[in-house]
Design a protein around this ligand. Structure first.
Ligand code: PGA
Length: 255
């Protein structure tokens, strides 16, 4: 069984003061949850200050985005080495908000995964279908094409170092989560697809679910064999709800 991972994607929310208070509360609450890996993913300006808030805590830091290469004339962008420098372990890649609002295509997403891996940041690669695609039975085709682009550029060998997050677009921020059966079926498909493409550790790769996951539905989603954690948006902005999800994950882990 891969280690369960619960990551809080704060998106573009909070102030420095709020973020520090939230990080401290999460770090404190996570002290009694040693089995689950807890990650917070704040906006860029708060990464460095929050790193200091997390000293002595096993809560890890992730970033919401990165750009390619090490440095250069890319106004407004942040590189993988910079994220490493401020203490990040993880970076989100291919979140649907970036794919849709910022027009990131499959190729750019794959290049970002590669850039992250080159500096030993673990990419959390987000994949998922729209409501229209689900209704038209295109879920598997869409996810396969999102994965294929990354396999092609990153290479099978390195794929084992990636965490995948299945985030159906229709479930993100809507309050409507995928059912445990829907999530498990897609996670199983992702695993199968990766195995068929030669990813030898696909059986133990971590596949997170994201999309309106909250304290109330976490137990049901995390009980599924192919669901190895969660990527949490709205419910990660309050320590209490986020820690409840982490505690549920801790309980779901067999010793
Ligand atoms: P949500 O967001 O939990 O608010 O639906 C999840 C995400 O976008 O990662």
């Amino acid at each position: 069984m891969p280690r369960c991972l619960i990551a809080g994607n704060w998106k573009m929310n909070g102030s420095l003061k709020d973020s520090q208070a939230l990080a401290l509360a999460i770090a404190k609450g996570a002290q009694i949850l040693p089995k689950v890996e807890v990650v917070i993913i704040p906006p860029f300006p708060y990464l460095a200050p929050l790193k200091s808030s997390l000293v002595d805590s096993h809560v890890k830091l992730g970033a919401q985005n990165l750009y390619l290469g090490e440095k250069g004339a890319f106004t407004g962008e942040v590189s993988g080495p910079m994220l490493k420098d401020v203490g990040c372990h993880y970076v989100l890649v291919g979140h649907s908000e970036r794919r849709t609002l910022f027009k990131e295509d499959h190729v750019l997403v794959a290049e970002k995964c590669k850039a992250a891996l080159e500096v030993e940041l673990i990419p959390i690669l987000c994949v998922g279908e729209s409501a229209y695609e689900r209704e038209n039975n295109q879920t598997q085709t869409v996810i396969a094409s999102q994965l294929e682009a990354v396999i092609k550029r990153v290479g099978i060998k390195h794929f084992n170092h990636i965490v995948i997050a299945y985030e159906p677009i229709w479930a993100i921020g809507t309050g409507i989560n995928a059912t445990q059966e829907q999530a498990d079926a897609v996670h199983a498909f992702i695993r199968r697809y990766l195995m068929q493409n030669g990813v030898d550790l696909a059986a133990t790769m971590r596949i997170l679910y994201g999309g309106s996951m909250k304290a109330e539905n976490a137990a049901s989603l995390l009980s599924m064999p192919n669901v190895n954690g969660g990527l949490i948006g709205a419910a990660s902005l309050q320590a209490e709800s986020f820690l409840k999800i982490c505690a549920t994950a801790e309980e779901a882990i067999t010793p």
